[in-house]
Design a protein around this ligand. Sequence first.
Ligand SMILES: Nc1ncnc2c1ncn2[C@@H]1O[C@H](COP(=O)(O)OP(=O)(O)OP(=O)(O)O)[C@@H](O)[C@H]1O
Ligand SMILES: [Mg+2]
Length: 391
Amino acid sequence: MADVVFERVTKIYPGANGVPAVNDLSLSVADGEFMVLVGPSGCGKTTALRMVAGLEEISDGTIAIGGTVMNNVLPKDRDIAMVFQNYALYPQMTVAQNMGFALKIRGVAKAEIAQRVGEAARILRLDEYLDRRPKALSGGQRQRVAMGRAIVREPQAFLMDEPLSNLDAQLRVEMRTEIARIQRLLGVATVYVTHDQTEAMTMGDRVAVLRGGLLQQVDTPQDLYDFPANEFVAGFIGSPPMNLILANLDEGQGVTRAHFGDQSLLIPEQYRSTHALAQWIGRQVVLGFRPEDLVADNSTTDDLLRARVDLREALGSEILAYLAITSNTDVVLDALPTSDAETVRKRSRVVARLSARTDVVEGSLITLGLTTDNLHFFDPNGGRSLRVLTS
Ligand SMILES: Nc1ncnc2c1ncn2[C@@H]1O[C@H](COP(=O)(O)OP(=O)(O)OP(=O)(O)O)[C@@H](O)[C@H]1O
Ligand SMILES: [Mg+2]
């Protein structure tokens, strides 16, 4: 077993006009760690993984597995196992033969193949299916066979590229916990690629968020959620995403307020030091708060927000209310160039996650309470968090 270390890794595909698909990526996956790479389509996740596997040349930087630089090592000599989205089992072979195939071509003795396949089948709960052919298996079972093929090789590291995306929603949730369980059991360093932030949050020991080939942040799921390093991560992690609105900060009578449209919020004293807000007084910031920090019972909260309900989505356990927060937004929008207007429009939309018993009527005006102990502030230019890092 081993760690996987990216050091200043860049990939520029031929014909990409010098635009990197992966840009100066440094990332350490510890021995036994489950690391998830997440980000929108085209951000470089698959490219990063394929470079570890040796399926893609590294343009710059190094990738080391177990302390050995792999840049010039052939894929077959890297001792890693990869599970892909379309797991392409051999249809004419049984489950056992599929799982043992890589060992057979490597010349491993029959008895040892049988022993390793049996062991993997037990872990994957596939014992009963060893003699079946893939067409007689469910999607989830086929997925487990694909996992089995990787496990029997006893690799130094697992690489998985969206292995669950061909499964239906329910099976995906089941296999999510199954893969996480198996990975913990085997304790092999794993790099798992997905564009699904829920998958990333539920499976990863740590999650690395990529955007346009650039690493945005790598942290535990909870820290990503609580302390997003920038506006992009804030908007990407969490479903529905964090609300991000443009606000003007001012100060009077010893208190800080954030103004947007014709409303304002009192900003608790603590943020002056945790977010160094003094230098932002008189300027615009992006103010962030999570959908669950808005509450219909506004008697216990610090501040209020008035909004019009545009859309109400009842999910049974809760209601998502999509709100427009400022009455004069439309006037502001008219005066702006189209692209700016788009941004303002996005930043005046707010989602509230409310109790299922809340009386919310589409088209009506409501007043919600806002819990202000989880506020976030970002620089409107570039989006970095204004939080002051303390060690
Ligand atoms: N073989 C290739 N040649 C040229 N450009 C490529 C090649 N493969 C990928 N790219 C480009 O590199 C960038 C990153 O692609 P990559 O497949 O790594 O993204 P991804 O994060 O895996 O996306 P997805 O979530 O859609 O799978 C994209 O802009 C893509 O168009
Ligand atoms: Mg991909």
